[in-house]
Design a protein around this ligand. Structure first.
Ligand SMILES: [Zn+2]
Ligand SMILES: [Zn+2]
Length: 92
């Protein structure tokens, strides 16, 4: 595939997330909405609703996601086609 999009039909959002962010330090959850923290190392939490993901992001925006946090947090909708090893795409 020349356009760089992943053409694998993932069995779930968790495997989709693991495909998209193979370098993540850890990934937890199984929902459609991913809350990503790119500070120091990438960590991903998956949530069943956008509201839950936004709440998780607001929480780490307020409290820091861990050591070396510089508030590089974002929400990604995993229902989008994704590109491998590309950071943008599907960002809400
Ligand atoms: Zn994939
Ligand atoms: Zn952070």
């Amino acid at each position: 595939m020349s356009n760089g999009y992943c053409n694998v039909q993932h069995g779930g959002y968790r495997t989709r997330a693991e495909c998209e962010w193979p370098y993540a330090c850890w990934i937890t959850g199984s929902g459609r909405y991913a809350c990503l923290a790119w500070c120091r190392v990438l960590t991903v939490t998956l949530w069943g609703s956008r509201e839950d993901a936004l709440a998780a992001k607001e929480f780490i925006d307020r409290t820091a996601c861990g050591g070396g946090c510089h508030r590089d947090h974002r929400i990604v909708d995993l229902n989008w086609p994704h590109r491998k090893f590309v950071r943008e795409g599907g960002v809400l």
